[in-house]
Design a protein around this ligand. Structure first.
Ligand SMILES: [Zn+2]
Length: 297
């Protein structure tokens, strides 16, 4: 058995002790079905809720990004189909929202480490207490503040935090060798986003984070997005990051202008799309209005 370790290569954490070995049968699962491959050993699972990303390597281990809900997480674990005596090496939460973390509980006793940004863990605990669902949680075992790399044999999983955006704890996860990045809910692909002001979201910060992401990644990077709408996929390229950024900028311009002209906030709730970002349409603009209204004068 070729035993490799997930090891830290910067100041923050992670040395995972033993690699989960896949059976030949489980590897063949990945060629089709719900585990959609993007590149090399990295792919995604749509299920229900925030899109799950995965790294599954016969030699280098298993890492899962986000966990949706308990039933969907169990389905995913079954699809991965590892032997009973093997553990999944790593689960990472991109942020605390329940459609990304409720499935953590399905990994209890099956995963070695759960990793998230420190604010994401705080928010997860706070939300669970408020909703009285603490018994349904499995919290991150380790957190990071700025960035963290995890070596997984031929792959390096690099976690980055670029500031307040969709929440105050959004991690971007880059599989550097495959050059695939999970953006969490930093991209709602052509869908009016949820902007969680109660948990530190910032529209101006979000625009800044997308700017950073667009300069950090290259033309070859493939992305996984938390959500999509209007027939658009949950995967894409830097062009989709720009589209998301344009939407937020157009929404700020539009809402600020309307507020300046004396419009009532409630009158903007039923707007379907804003000038300059008409691919984002349908219901849900109220969430953007409420968030932007707080930030502009
Ligand atoms: Zn979210």
């Amino acid at each position: 058995m070729n035993r490799r370790h997930f090891v830290k290569n910067n100041a923050a954490l992670i040395c995972l002790s033993q690699l989960a070995v896949l059976t030949a049968a489980s590897c063949s699962t990945i060629s089709g079905g719900p585990l959609k491959k993007i590149r090399d050993n990295v792919g995604y699972f749509e299920g229900r809720g925030g899109t799950i990303g995965w790294f599954i390597s016969k030699d280098d281990g298993i890492a899962i990004i986000d966990s949706q809900f308990e039933d969907k997480a169990k389905e995913l674990i079954q699809l991965i189909d590892i032997p009973d005596d093997r553990m999944i090496d790593l689960l990472i939460n991109t942020h605390h929202h329940l459609d990304h973390t409720s499935g953590n509980i399905a990994f209890k006793g099956k995963v070695r480490r759960i990793l998230a940004h420190s604010n994401s863990k705080v928010n997860q605990v706070k939300t669970a207490r408020a909703k009285k669902i603490e018994d349904k949680q499995l919290y991150p075992s380790e957190v990071f503040r700025h960035e963290l790399s995890v070596n997984a044999g031929m792959e390096t999983i690099h976690c980055m935090y670029w500031g307040d955006a969709h929440t105050n704890g959004d991690a971007v996860i880059h599989f550097q060798n495959a050059n695939v990045a999970h953006m969490g809910d930093l991209v709602f692909n052509r869908k009016h986003p949820f902007i969680d002001k109660k948990n530190g979201a910032s529209v101006s910060g979000w625009i800044n984070v997308l700017n950073i992401a667009r300069s950090y990644f290259d033309r070859d990077t493939q992305f996984i997005f938390g959500h999509s709408d209007n027939g658009f996929p949950v995967t894409g390229t830097k062009a989709d990051l720009l589209s998301m950024q344009n939407y937020l900028e157009a929404a700020v311009d539009y809402i600020q202008d309307q507020k300046f002209k004396g419009a009532k906030k409630e009158n903007l709730y039923l707007v379907r799309s804003v000038p300059g970002a008409d691919e984002f349409k349908g219901s849900g603009f109220k969430r953007t209005v409420d968030a932007v209204w707080e930030e502009v004068f």
